[in-house]
Design a binder for this molecule. Structure first.
Ligand SMILES: Cc1cc2nc3c(=O)[nH]c(=O)nc-3n(C[C@H](O)[C@H](O)[C@H](O)COP(=O)(O)OP(=O)(O)OC[C@H]3O[C@@H](n4cnc5c(N)ncnc54)[C@H](O)[C@@H]3O)c2cc1C
Length: 439
């Protein structure tokens, strides 16, 4: 049986691993380069190639069914956890081991959170580090090739047609097809699913800000969980706002898109700042008359970038709370020195809808009961941070679409939002391709 896998990110690679182990012929196609040929500074290399989007990230691995996966809705918690365990075993064999959090301390944080009406998610986490991740992926690449996987890089798939994949270099027949093109391939996938009449819905998006505080404020909790996940219900709108991608001693970065700019954040292995930053996000799902959450998110991102003169906005929390714009002079008075300067001091209340601003200020005030110091006049807030999750492709329990022999996995299909979730979905699709059944 010949399987073609589109995309050499975690979803595609973990699927290929299981398939080739079971003696199947596997060809992985990726529009980017081999892992060793990708360079961090180059734009297409950043998201494309073997290893996928996160190759140059600090590789935070969350081994939890509550984080970065939609599989629970498809196969339930128990089965999702068994896939996550499988991902962890494979990472462990590659020399990446999870730091066992101190269970007693985790429990203390959970109790403290519960008392404040906050949900603290006790995730087991591993942190590979940006210096080690490319090495781990090169090792995986070598192993896959030694087992017989064909990795064809710089081969972009343009279409899929009647049992054939059409690339810029020619056509390849398949028995089974796995499409795992990641978030960077989501727009292309949307065109394909519309043309092939594959069923989909729009995934919710996450809208909010990046918050930057002195690292000391978060140290007590980040020592227990490197990337603490906290869910808060906001009093006015009864929305859920959550922390995401906490970056201890990290840096905020600007992400430029065609029509707007967003912020993001990361911790670096080679350099530590005095600050910790985290995304503070509200999940937004839409029904009628507009189901297309991407269109809504893009409109907000465009508006925020317009008011920021082409850049994201930075504001001191104090200024946001009393309703005045920030200036560099006011930012300069904060004890928190911004790690991103390529921003415009301004007024986030002019950039984001009122509901989100209210959620953010109320959420920070509540979070302050758990982590004292986040709701301080010193705190810096950057906007907009938006996570687009594109379409959610509808599938059966083994990720096969309504078109026979076409399976999907990973972030691009709206099934995951992280390395472990993507890898778990790849393994599930591979099990489907192999014709496995759940007991
Ligand atoms: C800066 C950054 C930091 C991150 N940090 C973390 C982190 O610390 N922890 C975490 O869990 N997650 C992190 N992530 C997210 C994580 O990288 C993704 O969730 C994960 O890589 C998704 O895996 P995937 O296989 O679905 O897609 P991807 O990794 O995006 O891989 C998809 C691959 O498909 C290829 N492709 C797309 N279209 C085509 C086509 N038409 N033809 C051929 N090939 C195609 C692309 O070139 C790409 O290599 C980070 C992401 C970024 C960008």
């Amino acid at each position: 049986m010949k399987t073609i896998v589109i995309g050499g990110g975690p979803a595609g690679l973990f699927a290929a691993f299981l398939l080739v182990e079971r003696g199947n012929k596997v060809i992985v196609l990726d529009k980017g380069k081999r892992a060793e040929d990708r360079s961090e500074g180059e734009r297409p290399d950043l998201l494309h190639g073997i290893g996928g989007a996160g190759l140059f990230s600090d590789g935070k691995l969350n081994y939890s069914p509550d984080i970065g996966t939609n599989l629970v809705e498809i196969i339930g918690r128990e089965k999702t956890m068994s896939l996550i365990d499988e991902v962890e075993k494979r990472f462990t064999k590659m020399g990446v081991s999870a730091k066992e959090p101190d269970q007693q301390k985790v429990e203390e944080w959970m109790i403290k959170a519960a008392r404040e009406g906050i949900r603290y998610i006790p995730a087991r986490q591993a942190h590979i580090g940006s210096d080690k991740l490319p090495k781990v992926i090169r090792k995986l690449q070598r192993k896959l090739e030694n087992m017989g996987t064909e990795l064809r890089t710089q081969e972009e798939v343009v279409d899929i047609n009647e049992g054939k994949v059409i690339t810029k270099k020619g056509e390849i027949r398949y028995d089974k097809l796995l499409i795992a093109p990641g978030r960077s391939g989501a727009k292309w996938l949307e065109e394909i699913v519309r043309r092939l009449k594959i069923n989909f819905i729009y995934n919710p998006i996450d809208i909010g800000v990046r918050v930057e505080v002195p690292a000391m404020v978060m140290e007590e909790v980040t020592r227990v969980n490197w990337d603490p996940k906290v869910y808060i219900r906001t009093p006015t709108y009864d929305d859920v706002i959550r922390t995401f991608c906490v970056s201890p001693h990290g840096y905020i970065v600007r992400e430029g898109y065609k029509n707007f700019s967003l912020v993001n954040g990361h911790s670096r292995g080679d350099k530590r700042s005095d600050n910790t930053n985290f995304a503070f996000l509200i999940k937004v799902a839409l029904t009628q008359p507009l189901e297309n959450t991407n269109q809504y998110g893009e409109a907000i991102a465009f508006e925020a970038t317009t008011i920021g003169g082409g850049r994201p906005i930075i504001q001191r929390l104090e200024d946001l709370l009393i309703g005045r714009r920030s200036t560099w002079e006011r930012i300069g008075k904060s004890f928190v020195k911004p790690t991103l300067k390529d921003v415009t001091p301004g007024d986030i209340a002019m950039a984001l809808p009122y509901r989100f601003v209210k959620d953010i200020t109320e959420g920070l005030e509540k979070l302050n009961h758990l982590i004292r110091g986040v709701y301080s006049v010193q705190t810096l807030v950057y906007a907009p941070e938006i996570k687009f999750h594109g379409l959610r492709i509808m599938t059966d329990k083994f990720l096969q679409t309504n078109i026979k022999d076409i399976f999907v996995a990973g972030d691009g299909a709206g099934l995951s939002r992280g390395i472990v979730g993507a890898a778990a979905s790849g393994i599930l699709a591979a099990k489907g391709i192999l014709g496995e059944k759940w007991e």
